[in-house]
Write a protein that binds this ligand. Structure first.
Ligand code: NI
Length: 255
């Protein structure tokens, strides 16, 4: 199966990155998408993808780092995107929970990278926290301007109603470890209601490990716990679910 969102360049994998990547196949993971969050991790994503067949790269500047975005950074992203392993721009968006960059700059940098994705003809992986209405409005406006763009809302943590509005905009929805948490009432409802042909599975490792690994370092093969939980919520076989979500992932990433 596929894990649509990993950060294997994270320092938490420094001591066993090679082992983790080499054991993916044996542990049932065919492919992972390594997601950038700043220039350094975007470069690292492309390097990993060049080195390993089972890794593809996503590059972009996270809202936390929006303050450091400039023409030079954008040129570097354009340069990196020339590599055929780069499958999307991300993770980009808005984070009004941490507010690590001023909100007006987050908005500006999100919009600039959406424009960039359109130019490069790449889909977009979106990070959105405590900014659900604002994120939605920017995506809706962008779809009017750039109708061919496709968005994936990663680690979806908003309401069922918001999910439906995103679906109406042609977006994909990715669910991760949070859906396995006992008290995650809303994510479980989203897992039940989301149209199956728009659902992706992810870990966001090393963050947000699913139950029963909660609190530990997350790893790509724990995506199976996410699959098991959603299959159980939807009353279907895990393998049937994974067949669909894997196909969705490849369709989203044009891969
Ligand atoms: Ni992430």
């Amino acid at each position: 199966m596929i894990d649509s969102h990993v950060h294997l360049d994270d320092p938490k994998f420094d001591y066993d990155r090679e082992d983790i990547i080499n054991s993916l196949k044996d542990r049932g993971i065919d492919r992972v998408y390594n997601i950038g969050a700043d220039l350094e991790s975007s470069i690292a994503s492309v390097s990993l993808a060049k080195k390993y067949d089972n890794i593809k790269a996503v590059i972009g500047i996270h809202p936390h780092d929006a303050i450091n975005y400039n023409d030079k950074v954008e040129e570097k992203l354009i340069d990196l995107a020339k590599d055929e392993n780069v499958r999307a721009i991300g993770e980009i968006g808005l984070d009004y929970y941490y507010d690590n960059s001023p909100r007006d700059i987050q908005v500006e940098v999100f919009k600039r990278q959406i424009e960039l994705a359109d130019k490069l003809n790449l889909p977009i992986v979106v990070h959105s926290r405590d900014a659900s209405e604002e994120t939605f409005n920017i995506i809706k406006e962008s779809k009017e301007k750039y109708p061919n763009l496709t968005f994936l809302i990663h680690c979806f943590s908003q309401s069922v109603e918001m999910m439906k509005r995103y679906i109406d905009q042609g977006c994909y929805i990715a669910l991760g470890g949070v859906v396995t948490f006992k008290n995650a009432k809303v994510p479980k409802e989203v897992a039940k209601e989301v149209p199956l042909n728009r659902l992706l599975l992810e870990t966001d490792c090393p963050y947000l490990a699913p139950t029963p690994m909660r609190g530990k370092r997350n790893e790509p093969y724990y995506v199976k716990y996410v699959a098991e939980e959603i299959a159980s919520i939807r009353n279907m076989e895990v393998k049937d679910l994974v067949e669909i979500t894997d196909a969705n992932t490849r369709r989203f990433y044009n891969d």
